[in-house]
Write a protein that binds this ligand. Structure first.
Ligand code: ADP
Length: 172
């Protein structure tokens, strides 16, 4: 077959803070990787926030969590998400939707991004029901008080969280 007839690879970026990556994020990444040729998980370098983990730690955590997924890459960026998407030739911004409050914020962001770059589409994946309550902030709250987080984040992330709060992992 003539290669010129093949459609261009469809690249999606999945932008976020991922402080840290949760099983909810991972679910979106795994499902997204079945829809697009490449998914780039893009960690926003946001100097305004005071995160638990540095960007480099988060990149490593995501890399380890996604190493079983061949079409998934990990990167960081600063500035506008649409500028980064255009830079790497991504046509899709992948986002996850949990609750109604996500919807309002996400719709506003999708509309804003559309005004900034007409070529880029935002695609939402609904959270899997078991992850509907799950956020990085909730996981941090639980870990801070030495609660069990092993069912919420990948094992290596749980270990780093207990270490960073200087807790011992609770007995299951
Ligand atoms: P941000 O700071 O941009 O909200 P996050 O790392 O918190 O970054 O989230 C990145 C994306 O992942 C967002 O689209 C968010 O709605 C989605 N997301 C977060 N947690 C979950 C979850 N439990 N299930 C599905 N999507 C989620």
């Amino acid at each position: 077959m003539n290669n010129d007839l093949l459609p261009p690879a469809m690249i999606a970026i999945y932008p976020g803070s991922f402080d840290p990556i949760t099983l909810g994020h991972l679910d979106i990444i795994e499902r997204g990787s079945k829809l697009f040729d490449r998914v780039v998980v893009a960690v926003l370098r946001n100097p305004g926030k005071s995160p638990l983990f540095t960007v480099e730690q988060r990149l490593r955590q995501i890399q380890t969590a996604t190493q079983h997924l061949p079409h998934v890459e990990v990167d960081s960026f600063d500035g506008l998400t649409v500028d980064y998407a255009n830079l790497i030739g991504a046509k899709v911004l992948l986002r996850g939707l949990r609750v109604m409050s996500d919807f309002e914020k996400e719709l506003q962001m999708a509309h804003t991004n559309k005004t900034l770059s007409k070529e880029i589409e935002t695609v939402f994946l609904a959270t899997s029901t078991e992850h509907g309550f799950l956020s990085s902030s909730i996981v941090k709250e639980i870990a801070k008080f030495n609660g069990s987080i092993n069912h919420l984040v990948p094992d290596h992330v749980a270990a780093e969280m207990y270490q960073s709060y200087q807790n011992q992992a609770p007995k299951q």
